[in-house]
Design a protein around this ligand. Sequence first.
Ligand SMILES: [Zn+2]
Length: 384
Amino acid sequence: MKKDLLFHVFDYSDVDRAFWQEHLENWLPRRIIDGHVHFVDSRYRIETVTEELRRQYWVWEVNEMPTAQTAEWCVRTTFPGREVVCNAFGFPSLGWDIELSNEYVRTECLERNWYCCAIIRPTWASEQIDALLSRPGVIGVKPFYSLLGYTPNTRDGFINANILDFLPQEHLEVINRRHAWVVLHVPKEERLGHPDNLRQIRRIREQYPDVKLVIAHLGRSYTEYHARQGLLALADDPGIFFDNSAVLNPEVHYLALRHIGPDRIIYGTDNPPMYLRGRRQWNGRRYFNRTSVPLHFNTEREAPEIEAGYTLYMYEALRAIKDACIRLGFGANETNNLFHGNADRLIQDILKRKHELAGAGSAGDSHDKSRVATPRLPHSKVVP
Ligand SMILES: [Zn+2]
């Protein structure tokens, strides 16, 4: 069997080529925007990922970061014959040099006509957020609760934070003025449906209506249970967008597309972890990752003949989206919006606003790009 290495533990095989031909080649639109991709050069990692951490959560075990060049190679391999534009960001952890990562991602995106969202720390001055957003290629921000402090032994040290703790109002003021994109990965073990999350999202929508609020992973709705809890509660607000990255569950895609509709959902992969080979299974509020890659979490393997048919998680996600679209009777119009048009409309609006603000000579004027310096802050492991 012919296998090409994507990178790290990921490869692309004849099974994937056949899967693409059978399910995706004649269905996926020509032009695609992947609204949620991570890449960054690992030379910007400043802390070691401990073995303890790697084994704690499956994503940590597979989540090596590709360089821009490798990320592009993976995109070209997995989307043959498609024009793909990525909205990318680095790795949202204080184990990385955030400022240098942001600048690397930005310059690499510019070279490829891709876009990026800057990873932002809650402690940064709003002027710094504004300077980042004024730079060419940057269309938004990626805040994250892990950026509240560095916790070397767990990824979830701050999971129960409030949204406004890691996306403070001073930042929202600037983001709102710039009409910029926010990749919002919701906190809390209960995910999107936690009352504090719903309350704060509604408050952001009310006070900062020009923020392009894009809730990541359909609000971390990886199971139907979580989709029903959280997604439906926000389905009626026409100003809230969602990216559907890392969701493999066909029922969740169906619920999202049915209740939120195909005009407010943005396709995304969350790669690299979705290059994993295998399939996911669900039971109530839990999901199980099956894979043929020999990883620590992979203790219950399936029969060899089942494993032989495994394809990439990102292809399983695409098939789940396709099944949901077919059940809902969606045609080319809807799929074009889902895979390209919705993200493109947001991006064009952000760029138009950027142009207006630059023309007005406001703070963060981007006429002379080289002179917009990002103030450097000292690294601190723990933010009080
Ligand atoms: Zn992500």
